[in-house]
Design a protein around this ligand. Structure first.
Ligand code: ST9
Length: 238
């Protein structure tokens, strides 16, 4: 399992030549620690039938190499806290003054730390030719906003994660500068939706990515969004 996950991640990195991801902040190399072993984007007993069905359909599309399954972990791309700290010092020096380094040891990815089936369940796939990332997402009962509906912030989070993944694949180290969302229909809690993102254009350090959220049968358009990501420039004091 670890081998195939590593191979897939490597494939994504190789696609882009890991542009901007040369890890100038990384101080050491070595075997990945244990937490890297669990890929949270693989089927779990808590997944619904729809989620499993879509996963299988996309995995089928991966067989000819046109799509790639993106593994997902509950920590950042960095393996060690000192790497995170060095990253922040290199790219976000202003923020670094306010960050509690000890607390960094506890840092985890926001969307990957609910109990199985209760929060964000998702899996992403990438098509390099079409510059698309598709996320199959099921928002669990702990993400309720209005009764029976998914919280808008949870939808925004998953849109950001999907377009953010697209931006990272294209240009490496990026941050969201702008995210515009139109919530057109409420998303039923615990339903499966497709988040479709499209890299529209890159202008210098700016990446423009659009996105929509649809029902599995594609009959309901729940949400539309546009986003702007900026490739971080370590020469700038952000
Ligand atoms: C590695 C390969 C393998 C990958 C596999 C996949 C791995 C996946 C891993 C998990 C991924 C999860 C993704 C999650 C993504 C979450 C991202 C966030 O939440 S981030 C958290 C939330 N985000 C934050 O906290 C970000 C906070 N903001 C900042 O830090 C900074 O504002 C900045 C860095 C965004 C830009 O600063 P700075 O570098 O100083 O930039 P400048 O001022 O120089 O501007 C450059 C150009 O951009 C323009 N422009 C800029 N802004 C806007 C705007 N809003 N509106 C319009 N335009 C804007 C500006 O006019 C200029 O244009 P031009 O003149 O060149 O034409």
């Amino acid at each position: 399992m670890l081998r195939s996950c590593a191979a897939r991640l490597h494939a994504v990195g190789a696609l882009r030549g890991l542009r901007g991801c040369a890890r100038p902040w990384a101080r050491s190399s070595g075997p990945a620690p244990e937490f890297f072993h669990e890929d949270h984007s693989l089927p779990k007993p808590s997944w619904s039938k729809d989620m499993r069905l879509l996963f299988d359909q996309f995995m089928k599309k991966c067989e000819d190499g046109s799509w790639i399954h993106l593994p997902s972990y509950n920590y950042t791309l960095f393996q060690r806290s000192q790497d995170i700290s060095a990253f922040i010092h290199a790219y976000l020096p202003t923020a670094s003054k306010l960050i509690n380094e000890e607390k960094l040891l506890q840092a985890k990815i926001f969307t990957r730390n609910f109990e199985d089936g209760l929060g964000f369940e998702y899996v992403m796939f990438y098509n390099d030719v079409e510059k698309r990332v598709v996320c199959v997402f099921e928002g669990g009962p702990y993400l309720q906003g209005m009764p029976g509906c998914l919280h808008g912030g949870a939808i925004a989070t998953m849109i950001d994660a999907t377009v953010g993944t697209s931006a990272m694949i294209a240009e490496g180290i990026v941050m969201t500068a702008n995210l515009n969302i139109n919530f057109k229909r409420p998303v039923p809690l615990c339903s499966v939706v497709l988040i479709n993102s499209q890299l529209d254009k890159i202008e210098g350090r700016k990446l423009f990515i659009s996105c929509n959220v649809q029902s599995v049968d594609e009959k309901t358009l729940y949400t539309e969004a546009t986003s702007l990501f900026i490739k971080l420039d370590p020469e700038k004091q952000v």
